[in-house]
Design a protein around this ligand. Sequence first.
Ligand code: NAD
Ligand code: TYD
Length: 337
Amino acid sequence: MRRFLVTGGAGFIGSNFVRMVLSEHADALIVNLDKLTYAGNLENLAEFLEHQNHKFVRGDICDAALVDQVIDEHQIDTIVNFAAESHVDRSITGPKAFIEANVTGTLTLLEAARDKDMERFVQISTDEVYGSLGPEGKFTEQTPLSPNSPYSASKAAADHLVRAFGHTWGVKYNITRCSNNYGPYQFPEKLIPLMINNALGDKDLPVYGDGLYVRDWLYVYDHCTAIWQVLQKAPPGEIYNIGGCNEKANLEVINLILDRLDKPKSLIKHVADRPGHDRRYAIDASKAINELDWKPSVSFEQGINKTIDWYLQNREWLENIVSGDYQKYYQSMYENR
Ligand code: NAD
Ligand code: TYD
């Protein structure tokens, strides 16, 4: 049985990964280490909390003693690091937390992986480390890192540390860099769930700038299967871009959501742009597709329908989030914008 330490497994992508592994792979033990920040939510894993192959530990990846103890107690052989501060807008209003979680946290895990001679360390990174594209071209694994936001700078710093631990101490690592994920359990600070939530409540939809910024959307389940294939097939030291081949301008996505929910276009409100806003991301995922026996299984039209249906069927999950501290966040980010 393979024994994983999954960090950040109560967040959006991490919880989808834990669900997929526990549902589809009986020979995997998952110890899920999560600090439960505002973005971590055990409701995401309600039906798996008592699963015999899942142990949840509340804690910080910066806590070296705890990380060592968890690895020893459960004889962990593989670390998959999802834990991070993940929202660009929050990194602009408060970058320090991003350095702590994303850089110091990754460093702490790498030291444990090195000292315990871990079989594999998989770092979940982002295409945002490459910076922004003009109207043409795609990011490949050879594109130089050129991060533009405090979030992407902290993720790029972590990627450099991972590579350096491989080069200096022989830590066996992989780095995955994926495009924007969407799907069930995404915290409603990111574009798609925020717009679904606002549209359901007949609230304005705040579109930054001209709304023509382009993202390459990846259905979260497809991201999780790609990570699983990395764990099965990737040689150490390899980096993989993971994307859904679904480039869309923000307004196109928002219009689709309004149409599906039968809400008027008059809800769209253009607001002040994000400082330093990256214009376009697009991923060349051919290395992952050619070498990992993986490909995205869901088109954007299918994925957005599944996602909207999930939010419609899980109004209580959404309500529990937006009725709490979220109100304060929303006011500080959007009031007077
Ligand atoms: P998320 O914000 O939904 O979840 C992050 C999780 O990490 C939360 O459960 C939180 O409690 C936990 N966490 C934060 N700091 C921690 C710490 N110090 N110790 C332990 N746990 C901590 O994020 P997500 O969208 O699921 O993203 C997961 C990973 O994927 C991140 O590394 C992110 O950079 C990367 N990524 C996300 C996207 C996307 O579209 N969401 C795209 C590319 C890459
Ligand atoms: P986001 O979901 O924050 O992901 P990222 O910035 O990491 O790509 O944003 C996706 C796009 O949507 C980005 O171009 C910013 C834009 N956006 C809005 O126009 N309004 C919003 O309220 C949010 C959250 C994002």
